[in-house]
Design a protein around this ligand. Sequence first.
Ligand SMILES: Cc1cc2nc3c(=O)[nH]c(=O)nc-3n(C[C@H](O)[C@H](O)[C@H](O)COP(=O)(O)OP(=O)(O)OC[C@H]3O[C@@H](n4cnc5c(N)ncnc54)[C@H](O)[C@@H]3O)c2cc1C
Length: 642
Amino acid sequence: MTTRIERHHYDVVVIGAGGAGLRAAIEARLAGKRTAIISKSLFGKAHTVMAEGGAAAAMGNANSKDNWMVHFRDTMRGGKFLNNFRMAELHAKEAPERIWELETYGALFDRTKDGKISQRNFGGHEYPRLAHVGDRTGLELIRTLQQKIVSLQQEDFAETGSYDSRIKVFAETTITELLLDGSESADGGAVKVAGAFGYYRETGEFLLFETPAVVLATGGVGRSYKVTSNSWEYTGDGHALALRAGATLINMEFLQFHPTGMVWPPSVKGILVTESVRGDGGVLRNSDGKRFMFEYVPDVFRKQYAETEEEADRWYTDPENNRRPPELLPRDEVARAINNEVKEGRGTQAGGVFLDVSTRMPAETIIKRLPSMHHQFKELADVDITKQPMEVGPTCHYVMGGVEVDPDSAAAAGSVIGLFAAGEVSGGMHGSNRLGGNSLSDLLVFGKRAGEHASAYVDALGKRPKVATSDVEAALEVALAPLNRQGGENPYTLQQDLQAVMGDLVGIIRREGELTDALKRLQELKVRVANVGAAGGRQYNPGWHLALDLRNMMVVSECTAKAALEREESRGGHTREDFPGMNPKWRQVNLVCSLDKSGDVHLEHKPLPKMRGELINLFDRTELAKYLTEDELTEFDALEAK
Ligand SMILES: Cc1cc2nc3c(=O)[nH]c(=O)nc-3n(C[C@H](O)[C@H](O)[C@H](O)COP(=O)(O)OP(=O)(O)OC[C@H]3O[C@@H](n4cnc5c(N)ncnc54)[C@H](O)[C@@H]3O)c2cc1C
């Protein structure tokens, strides 16, 4: 009996319904494209919803000295100069407009006394820059984008009699494969996207989307790690779909371990404690009661951070005349510091450190400014954060690496055409480390660009690409394989084994021997994952879903481990105990992953694009000397002399 496959035709298919996906879909619909939005989880449930702190945009409301150039500088510093400079530039320039635009869609950010959008402090940002709605900013962002989509659907209903005529949401639907043009290959052997194949999670029924343009907006990869702030959907699907379609991934060695995840009770280990806790005055102490971050200010940041508790405390009320508290160093620095305190025996019993707001501000202020944190700790750990400190430790949070894209159009690099990527699934924007708050603004800026350029691509296309029947059959066979396999390996055991390899051997601190060991174990796991089985049928079957996700987790983890072994330096979200410190030579290199014909990860060195003169001139020479090679500095001097 043949398996039924539901067929759909769209101009643009957006995979992912977080901020990047929704913003891309709005833009595609505004450009008149028939647009599908596909979401693995319920519509409205994505990491974007969980974002607490805010969206970084240099609006200059809290400090008029802020502008796109300062934001650009902070972003490049945070990423330790490995960022794609053009993405960082576009992001810094366009973020304020994207935030204001959200208010025209119905968002309402917290206000300053004089009625402007309020902006809060966050690690690595020179001025208060995060537009926020209490500690529920992501919720407001998603609510607003969804509301905009509904309003567009209402316009379409008025015109066509159908709400879904131009924009339709497929919730609880997982895409397992991208399909390429079966009839021709374009210039230089590149192949056009022709569709996407997947299944409804509830019924297990299959779907085929025929479309010339796909925007990937699938978010992160955290579920490959033991301790993570990421929820079940984040299995690196978009990264793996892109690789298998012929696109490339960059910066996969860079993972952000957020310094403050809950460490207790074990059932909630990894759940995020927002950085706003520190931005609003929370301090970190070890089990001796010592405010230890002062010991961990690296040389590159020494000029900007306070040396005494008194100066750090004064900064909250007088930022003009004092330097920032070291608790607000970029996340990689704070995470490593906590890791070290615990390792040296100054941690809490549960393996974390203390984060305290209770002694820093009145209970009413805590409840007003951090309502979700107050609720989270009360409900999950029975801790009242207005009276007691929280216990926190590093948790795998965000992947800086992702699909290599053209910065202006968000089009994927590699041998595939018609594929775009925005948000966490794309790489380059954040370099080796993302600043808090830069993700929400990244989603809006590059989500819009991806939707716009995907639409323009469709407009310019002569003949529509065609899906080959044999490719659909192959995708179907792969999807059904775990169900047809008798005595296959248990997907949950495999996921646990993978998480152990990644958490223990490719975690926050890395070493050559362990990385080599990790790669060996990943090869063994790959063989086992190829033999994964799932009992039961296709109707809501989480074991089967995980069996399919594992294929993606494996290939993405291989990219991370290979790149981590290759990069012999420490920078941002990649710390090599055997190569401490940054090496300017490595700053010139992006590690690019592709898949070869046998499905193995191939790693290539690619030079980083050179920063334009007017951008590099935004930094002073002393600062550049921390990052650039001698040759680059000589070039900079020549530029300055002109
Ligand atoms: C707890 C937490 C707090 C955070 N706080 C902040 C903050 O304050 N400020 C900030 O800037 N950033 C924050 N971040 C990071 C930020 O929220 C994320 O990086 C960002 O929301 C990612 O957005 P996105 O649109 O790229 O993807 P997401 O919002 O992660 O959405 C991904 C979408 O893709 C779908 N998907 C995945 N795979 C498939 C598939 N195979 N088929 C179909 N659909 C698929 C998912 O279901 C989901 O709809 C936080 C992250 C977490 C986890």
